[in-house]
Design a protein around this ligand. Sequence first.
Ligand SMILES: [Zn+2]
Ligand SMILES: [Zn+2]
Length: 119
Amino acid sequence: MPRRPNIPCKHPGCNRLIPAGSKYCEEHTMQHRSYARTTKEKGYDGRWRKARARYLKAHPLCVKCVAKGKYQKAAVVDHIVPHRGNKKLFWDESNWQALCKSCHDKKTMTEDRYQEFKY
Ligand SMILES: [Zn+2]
Ligand SMILES: [Zn+2]
């Protein structure tokens, strides 16, 4: 029976030989599978956390407080138009505003109040 030659596992630093056509040795298949799953699950959060931190660095003050002449440090990146799961709205920085916690809570209490039922 003709045998295709074994190839090394594609995991960096692992040279274990595996049947041609596979990607990783048994151990690394497991590792990469769970890795792929967790990054997919955490990808959104991680990306948002980073984007949020970057945005707050560029916009350190609460826009609503500044409009009232108060210089309050922003703590939250709020979506001006609620994204409701819409990725385009979610990642559109022109739809973001930096708010302090109390302004954000106030907004959630008023503008966003009725949207909770629409999810
Ligand atoms: Zn391996
Ligand atoms: Zn504020």
